[in-house]
Ligand binder design. Structure first.
Ligand code: SAH
Length: 368
């Protein structure tokens, strides 16, 4: 995406914004649904080809706007079917998007920021520093590129059935752009995904959770990772600002007016750190009154981290304790680790504006 372009990028606009734009230039609002269909369903990026718009409208539109997609620089396939794209953005920055097939479900893991400011101690993205928020266009581009590459199955259904905002970055710290992009994901003139098939994963930005509740109804996952504040302060430093009790209360509020919905609780399994039986019991007590499902994530190692993955036996024991306390638990399968596409391994290439890289000796940005 050329930084210098002055033209508006139509990918940045959700339907409400696009309708407002067309109305502002004296056109009918329904032009928005036509243009969204061209871009998101037919992957037409050349405005001249949008032939249900009059020639004069196309000329007018081309003078003001364009469809700027990032360039796909790497497209890797794992032995297990996982696929990863590296998308080139402005100079020096790139992001990764991962597709994970499982039976009839196809999940796309989407990034929301270039790097991440939260510095969770076990996450590769956090080690890279933070550069900037992705635009709504850059977020939805990931869905567009992956959808176009994967297409439809033999019944004419899209291969991508679910989106998780679990790639690089903290989606709730890029609120407006993430909300716009998710509304395009749900739009019938774009991808038509139901709210239940889009999951926003957050480390727990409490005020933004409260705002989200007012504008969207997507599924929610919380990166909890520890059953008490002392431990969570170390693993997820954001906890110092929004401690566990407050964060869980905000999650409960998020679901308060929604029937049959539950919180996905993410819990990374770190050997000897948060995986002991007493942690499991503490976690079960914490979640007693919370409609939730616990997702245990075996830690995925990367080169700048000293943590290790808990053994399968320890993970199973942890799971059994939670189950015995009445919780629903799943252990996430590690997918795509041969192409560095597993949870927490997404790196892309980040021009670190926080200059954290300089403080670390020989840190390899972009490599694991
Ligand atoms: N910032 C958001 C979304 C990005 S992280 C969040 O915190 O939820 C997506 C998930 O991957 C989170 O649950 C995160 O804690 C987990 N994760 C990060 N690094 C990991 C690693 N090395 N191994 C396993 N899971 C990891």
């Amino acid at each position: 995406m050329p930084e210098q372009s002055e033209k508006m990028n139509l990918l940045d606009l959700d339907r409400a914004a696009m309708e407002a734009f067309f109305t502002s230039i004296g056109e009918k609002a329904f032009r928005a649904s036509q243009v969204m269909k061209w871009i998101h369903q037919h992957r037409v990026t050349d405005i001249a080809e949008m032939n249900n718009l009059s020639k004069s409208l196309r000329d007018n539109l081309q003078a003001m706007a364009e469809v700027r997609l990032p360039e796909v620089v790497v497209d890797q396939k794992s032995e297990d079917g996982t696929r990863k794209w590296l998308l080139q953005l402005d100079s020096g920055n790139s992001i990764e998007t991962v597709f994970i097939p499982e039976g009839s479900r196809g999940t796309l893991c989407v990034s929301s920021q270039i790097g991440c400011a939260l510095e969770c101690s076990f996450c590769a993205t956090g080690k890279q520093g933070f550069n900037r928020n992705l635009t709504a266009g850059e977020i939805i581009s990931q869905v567009l590129v992956a959808n176009h590459a994967l297409g439809f199955d033999k019944d004419g259904d899209r291969i991508i059935t679910n989106v998780v905002m679990m790639g690089m970055g903290e989606p709730l710290l890029n609120f407006d752009n993430v909300v716009s992009a998710m509304s395009i994901m749900m739009d019938d003139f774009a991808y038509g995904l139901s709210k239940r098939r889009i999951t926003l994963s957050t480390a727990g930005v409490v005020p933004a959770l409260e705002r989200l509740r007012e504008v969207m109804d997507v599924s929610l996952a919380l990166s909890l990772h520890a059953p008490n504040n002392t431990l969570r302060d170390v693993l997820v430093p954001l906890n110092k600002k929004y401690p566990i009790k407050e964060t869980l209360a905000a999650c409960k509020d998020y679901f308060s007016d929604k029937k049959h919905r539950y919180l996905t609780v993410e819990y990374v399994m770190l050997k000897g750190v948060n995986d002991k039986p007493e942690h499991a019991r503490e976690l079960a007590a914490l979640l007693k009154n919370m409609p939730s499902k616990v997702n245990l994530i075996p830690f995925n190692p990367f080169s700048e981290s000293d943590y290790e993955r808990s053994s399968q036996k320890v993970i199973n024991n942890f799971r059994d304790i939670l189950v015995s306390q009445g919780l629903t638990v799943m252990t996430r399968k590690t997918r795509g680790d041969d192409i560095d596409a597993a949870c927490g391994q997404l790196a892309g290439r980040v021009k670190d504006k926080t200059k954290r890289t300089q403080r670390r000796v020989q840190m390899q940005v972009g490599a694991k």
